[in-house]
Design a binder for this molecule. Sequence first.
Ligand SMILES: NC(=O)c1ccc[n+]([C@@H]2O[C@H](COP(=O)([O-])OP(=O)(O)OC[C@H]3O[C@@H](n4cnc5c(N)ncnc54)[C@H](OP(=O)(O)O)[C@@H]3O)[C@@H](O)[C@H]2O)c1
Length: 302
Amino acid sequence: MKVFVTGGTGFVGSTLTRFLAARGHEITILTRSGPRGEARQGMRFVQGDSMKPGPWQDEVGGHDAVINLAGASIFTPWTSRARRMILDSRVLTTRHVVDALARAPGGRVLLSTSAVGYYGGRLDDTILDEGSSPGSDFLSEVGVQWEAEALRARDSGARVVICRLGIVMGRNGGALAQMAPAFRRFMGSPLGSGRQWFPWIHEEDLAEIMAYVLEHSEISGPVNCVAPNPVRNREMTEILARVLHRPLILPSVPGFVLRTVMGEFGDVLLKGQRAIPRRLQEAGFRFRHPTFQEALVSLLSG
Ligand SMILES: NC(=O)c1ccc[n+]([C@@H]2O[C@H](COP(=O)([O-])OP(=O)(O)OC[C@H]3O[C@@H](n4cnc5c(N)ncnc54)[C@H](OP(=O)(O)O)[C@@H]3O)[C@@H](O)[C@H]2O)c1
């Protein structure tokens, strides 16, 4: 397949595009800044700003599929300007991708990213599958608007899959790169009550899931891209310390401290979602890294 990818230079996109290219797909990556790193076989770069319409949209029609990952980082103080950028970079990019698809109709597939934050930051143990309702906090609002924009592509005949990503655990970035250094310096600890759920996914399983939904034309609509065994924050902390051979010596970080230091973003760490991959399991998808301990060992060893 010829696959057009927004956000393909990022943490998730780098692993995914390498994986898809290795499977024989031809990848075009849209980036604001030109090629990064070594050029690989089966991959090319197109320059453009996905927040604005532009000549890059003419490229979309020559592809069988679009994977839409672009979005400004949420790991920043949530000033009103930052919130605007978090929302607009996702919603406007998706709008322009969908407009480009509409100009080139005919049997294409759009895999558009969302996040389990769609279900809202929660402290309860409710199991969340693709039929669960959205929450009402900022990230839920982002998810709702982001997904609505992507679903417009159905009007021009595209198959639309909404990939609601959990927290991606990978080798070269993301949450693990933020957490591991503190644990290595004996400074890891649970956050708040430690009871909040941590819906995670190994980067290799995520790449497999995206390839799977690309290749399975019967799948459309929302798909929770999470491992089948979410863990609570306290368990996640204990496993990470164990895998890194470090004792947990510090007490939990009180919630009010996190909120004081990080503002509203602190809530993202103090709350969570007990999300499960119901649709993938029903479709028969097999996870290579279903448990957190094994996933961490695979990522941190060697
Ligand atoms: N990582 C996770 O655990 C996780 C969890 C849930 C959801 N997600 C979602 O998955 C997507 C990819 O995540 P990631 O961790 O790979 O993010 P990332 O490493 O920060 O990469 C984001 C990508 O988006 C592009 N981008 C950044 N700011 C942009 C802007 N203002 N306008 C247009 N493009 C912009 C960048 O491309 P260029 O700089 O090359 O243009 C970059 O390749 C994001 O939308 C994120 O919200 C990630």
